[in-house]
Design a binder for this molecule. Structure first.
Ligand code: SF4
Length: 147
């Protein structure tokens, strides 16, 4: 059994910027074998729901209206990391492409749906702290599927 940090929106929480969720059945099914710990870094950083969408632009995170929300994103990432450390979680399954949770590919900062290589703010911090980060799109390589 593993302890796995999971994006709350993948568990069905309506915490996305539009006020909806993106429940993923394979992610939810992990709870049958593992301890699942849900987080939403954007809410934990103090942002409201619904909220104006944001994307990573260089070292900052900007809303579509041009507001700098880097501080909120960093605060949420630190809070999520604290929860991961308190639970000694080695793994995370985070929402693909998100400026907080995305891993490997994220929206490119143009708000056009285009992607670029990179990690969301929380995924990046998790990796820096030794947590192995996956997304819901990586199901075929989740190492804990067979644990
Ligand atoms: Fe989902 Fe992460 Fe965005 Fe929260 S911050 S809505 S958990 S993708």
């Amino acid at each position: 059994m593993a302890k796995i940090i999971v994006s709350n929106c993948l568990l069905g929480a309506k915490c996305r910027y539009k006020g909806d969720s993106c429940r993923n059945e394979a992610v939810c099914a992990l709870a049958k074998k593992h301890t699942i710990i849900g987080v939403c870094p954007e809410q934990m950083g103090g942002l409201p729901t619904p909220r104006v969408p944001s994307e990573r632009v260089g070292d900052r995170v900007l809303s579509q209206e041009g507001v700098d929300v880097t501080g909120e994103y960093k605060k949420g990432a630190e809070s999520a990391l604290l929860i991961a450390k308190l639970n000694r979680a080695k793994y995370a399954v985070l929402k693909a492409k998100s400026p907080s949770c995305g891993c490997g590919r994220i929206y490119d900062g143009s708000f056009t749906g285009e992607l670029k290589g990179g990690d969301g703010v929380t995924a990046e911090l998790f990796k820096e702290n030794g947590i192995k980060v996956f997304t819901e799109e990586d199901e075929d390589i989740w190492p804990f599927k067979t644990e």
